[in-house]
Ligand binder design. Structure first.
Ligand SMILES: [Zn+2]
Length: 375
């Protein structure tokens, strides 16, 4: 017997070496199976009881929100409305670009925030919410957006000049809304597209990019509800829209970061292999440490920095693609929030998101220094 994702075992996080955990979600009836598996291999098991109770509480809470607020889990509709409000009230700093629609027809909007849109500054491109259930990621993207706009309005502070921010706050809006629709769907991760298996839906956005597609850590079974890579690379509309942003701005994007939510990790290429690193890994590492230090200075915990492949090898991810194909010099996956798996309590967002944001501000400073705009 091996422990793989299946109908009754949901691997939420793989171990990345000694003294790390593999986190597994099972129903009470399958608990024995996992315990036996671990025991046979000399592994310890720590049980978190009644994990499912978080779901009911959170989803009930979500439905109550009838309007957008920063630092809460908002509906996709409210997020979209809020972006339009930001545009209306801040025409000088904010531009919106409708990229196209998701599989189910939701309009996907890229927000561009700059003190001077004509200056051709280096761009920091952030996306979030590739994985539907990782609600803290879009919440962080929206927090960043709100902070940037607010700061520009207060004063054109030095740290926001000289770099432009392009942010796609929800890469997978269909999956996001599906995960919000019912406690039973709370752990949904993929898109919601039809597959060749009539009863199975969606592909994993972070396995769908065209670099080493399907090589490792990806499934070709549409019914695999975690890592199905899609029928082919870029089979999903949503990944094609992210690619479009990269292609349209490939010369100017200097930092691409995909925001996810599971543990506090800042991981860089390669994702497809853990056996070796790109030549410039020291640069990746240095900038990531700068981020981590800024978060610590703001009262947060340090981020664990490594290559994605050292965490666990998976190919077809957006970070590898952005780095290898689009030649974006710095690409990362940022994993935020710790200790609550995918159910980070909404009432704690205000404690961590400002800390994470401090890290990004310092990264922006580094980008300005590394890639000065000579006009
Ligand atoms: Zn994720």
């Amino acid at each position: 017997m091996t422990l793989t994702d299946s109908d009754d075992v949901d691997i939420m996080k793989h171990s990345h070496g000694l003294n790390d955990t593999t986190d597994v979600l099972v129903s009470p009836k399958d608990r024995m199976k996992v315990e036996k598996f671990a025991k046979l291999r000399g592994m310890g098991v720590k049980l978190v009881d009644h994990y499912g109770r978080y779901f009911d509480k959170e989803v009930a809470l979500i439905i109550k929100h009838d309007q957008y607020r920063s630092l809460q889990y908002n509906s996709y509709q409210d997020i979209s409305k809020h972006l339009k409000t930001l545009l209306k009230e801040n025409r000088r700093y904010v531009k919106l670009q409708d990229l196209g629609t998701s599989y189910e027809g939701r309009v996907m909007t890229l927000i561009k925030i700059s003190a001077n849109h004509g200056a051709r500054n280096p761009i920091i491109f952030l996306d979030a919410g590739a994985h539907a259930r990782e609600w803290a990621a879009p919440a962080f993207a929206m927090y960043i957006i709100d902070q940037l706009v607010m700061t520009l309005n207060k004063s054109e502070t030095e740290d926001l000049l000289g770099v432009d921010w392009y942010i796609l706050p929800v890469v997978n809006p269909d999956g996001y809304e599906y995960s919000r629709s019912d406690p039973d769907n709370r752990m949904w991760r993929k898109t919601r597209s039809k597959t060749w298996r009539e009863e199975c839906f969606g592909a994993d956005i972070n396995r769908n990019y065209d670099f080493m597609w399907g090589y490792r850590g990806a499934s070709f079974d549409p019914c695999n509800f975690q890592t199905y890579a899609g029928e082919k690379a870029f089979s999903e509309r949503e990944t094609r829209l992210v690619r479009k942003v990269m292609k349209d701005n490939s010369k100017r994007i200097k930092l691409y970061m995909s925001i996810h939510s599971y543990g506090e990790y800042l991981i860089h290429p390669w994702g497809f292999t853990g056996s070796y690193l790109p030549d410039q890994w020291e640069k990746f590492n240095r900038l990531a440490q700068v981020y981590s230090k800024a978060v610590v200075n703001a009262g947060g915990r340090p981020f664990r920095v490594m290559s994605t492949g050292q965490w666990y090898p998976a190919s077809g991810g957006s970070g590898d693609y952005a780095f290898a194909v689009e030649k974006i010099p710095y690409t990362y996956t940022l994993e935020i929030t710790d200790g609550y798996q995918f159910n980070y309590p909404e009432e704690l967002l205000h404690t961590v998101l400002p800390q994470y944001y401090e890290g990004l501000k310092v990264m922006a400073e580094e980008m300005k220094r590394d890639f000065p705009n000579k006009g």
